[in-house]
Design a protein around this ligand. Structure first.
Ligand code: MSP
Length: 504
């Protein structure tokens, strides 16, 4: 059995979740579902990032204790993930005791190995990013991301000797060229490392909302250091090292492009400093944009995932986000584009195939499903699509996987148009194209299962297959030509009813 550990970033609880956050979650959930379908032992981790000044400030502005504030917001994230059918295995909150333990153990290990020293930090900080900026990063004194003035800081801090890891990081990147996906993101991290690394401040004395350093309780751990460590906390670093080691070899961190430096530079160096291996893969996605601007709360353009799911359904929202943009690139979000995908690919293509096949089997073949024969659609015409769709899922190329599914459905619809089984005088003549189209529906249902969680099960049930029977054995199930026929089939209800005009 192969392990597959996938994580998302842990989200700041300073505001409600929007579709930009959901983008990471839906991708991670689809990868987790694909690997569960293959029979892998999957561990899918997400959670909330609850320490730091930004969260403490948000609570204060709203007159709430920080703990009560984080409790409320952690629940809001969970509710959004439930609406999107995100099936995570673990939800970590950085205010949990298990995390304090792991952070302290991790920090102590780095400290004992000589990679932490005390110094004076003088410089500038952006609370919204929770990041320190040098004059190089921000020559005009404004945060390069938020365009607002940085705050001046001067305090005694502990520092992590990041500079000591430049060579080791370069070696790691050279040894494992696929560690960061896609390539252009890898190159970004690589050139940043090549450009020289400065040590980083890892503690604060001016705030107390954080995890105390084990050797000096006057300091709390800097929120990014604390946050990154969640990945080892949850896998058992402090409490079950054997489990940690087993999962760690299969770790995949899915992150947005804005947090590359933390994950692709700091985090592997932190792990090396603690005597651990770097993560096995970092998957970097782009941003969801609205009219060219990053979707963000501060931009006032955040789309509420729960509302969107209320209008279009969970499957449609998940499908649109994975289908529209390749992982890695930025991509515009618009309701017009969502509706277009829905109408063309879900309703008219997949939905229509299921309706017409079940309808004609019910009417012309007495509701008894014909078997696949390959006489209308030879296996060789289907197999390349199935192979490329599998490659897409295995290689984090979701848009490719879904394009191949569309191509298979177009093929089946075209053959049905050509052979017109609804006009056939002889049932045997109708059976051939219908049996082959049923096989395509079977394969499609498996290939879309990571995205269309409801529709996949509905397709399988409509063609007489128990969805539970394929779970854990996708590789076998994706062998072309298995549809045996014989099931009793009735006309299926529309999978994707046509949308009422929303005026979008
Ligand atoms: N708390 C840190 C992550 C710590 S991980 C150890 C953080 N939180 S965040 O809430 O600001 O962002 C979480 C993730 O959401 C990031 O990967 C970020 O890229 C992603 N997104 C936020 N807005 C986004 C879009 N508009 N589009 C796509 N993803 C975006 O950073």
């Amino acid at each position: 059995m192969t392990e597959f550990f996938i994580s998302t970033p842990i989200y700041y609880v300073n505001d409600a979740p929007h579709l930009g956050h959901a983008y990471s979650m839906i991708n991670a959930d689809a990868f987790a579902r694909w690997h569960r379908g293959l029979g892998d032992e999957v561990y899918f981790l997400t959670g909330t990032d609850e320490h730091g000044q930004k969260v403490a400030d948000s609570a204060a502005r709203n007159d709430m204790s920080v703990q009560a504030w984080t409790d409320t917001y952690a629940e809001r994230f969970k509710a959004a993930w439930e609406a999107l059918r995100i099936d995570y295995d673990d939800f970590i909150r950085t205010t949990e005791e298990r995390h304090t333990k792991a952070v302290q153990k991790f920090l102590q290990a780095i400290y004992d190995r000589g990679y932490i020293y005390k110094g004076m930090y003088r410089g500038t900080y952006c609370v919204s990013c929770e990041a320190y900026y040098t004059a190089n990063d921000a020559p005009d004194g404004n945060c390069p991301v938020h365009k607002r003035p940085l705050i001046e800081m001067e305090e005694e801090n502990y520092f992590f000797r990041l500079s000591a890891f430049q060579e080791a990081l370069i070696e790691w990147y050279d040894r494992d060229p696929d560690a960061v996906f896609p390539d252009f993101r890898r190159n970004e991290a690589y050139s940043f490392i090549k450009g020289g690394l400065e040590d980083i401040s890892i503690s604060r004395t001016s705030i107390d909302w954080g995890i105390p350093l084990p050797w000096d309780e006057r300091h709390v751990c800097y929120v990014w250091f604390d946050a990154l460590i969640n990945y080892v906390t949850a896998t058992g670093y402090a409490e079950d090292f054997e489990r940690f080691s087993r999962l760690w070899r299969h770790s995949h961190h899915l992150i947005g492009k804005d947090i590359i430096r933390f994950h692709c530079v700091w985090w592997p160096a932190m792990l090396m400093a603690a005597g651990l291996e770097p993560p096995s893969k970092l998957l970097v996605h782009g941003w969801l944009l609205v009219k060219g601007e990053k979707m963000a709360k501060s931009g006032g353009n955040g789309v509420d995932p729960i509302e969107l799911v209320g209008t279009y359904g969970t499957d449609a929202v998940r499908y649109y986000l994975l289908r529209e943009h390749a992982l890695g690139a930025d991509g515009d979000f618009s309701l017009e584009a969502l509706e277009h995908r829905y109408n063309v690919e879900l309703a008219n293509n997949i939905g229509n195939l299921l309706s017409r096949v079940t309808n004609v089997v019910a009417r012309s073949l007495g509701g008894v499903a014909p078997a696949y024969t390959g006489r209308a659609i030879a296996a060789e015409r289907i197999e390349p699509h199935v192979a490329r769709a599998q490659d897409g899922w295995n290689g984090f190329a979701t848009a490719q996987a879904l394009e191949e599914v569309q191509a298979m459905v177009r093929l089946a619809n075209a053959v049905l148009e050509e052979r017109a089984p609804w006009k056939a005088a002889d049932p045997a003549e109708a059976a051939e194209p219908l049996g082959d189209a049923l096989e395509i529906l079977r394969l499609v249902a498996v290939l879309v299962a990571p995205v269309l969680t409801e529709a996949s099960a509905k397709i399988l049930a409509a063609i007489g297959i128990d969805p539970a029977s394929v779970k854990g054995s996708y590789t076998e199930a994706l062998g072309v030509g298995q549809y045996a026929g014989g099931a009793s089939i009735s006309k299926a209800a529309p999978l994707f009813p046509r949308l009422e005009a929303t005026g979008a």
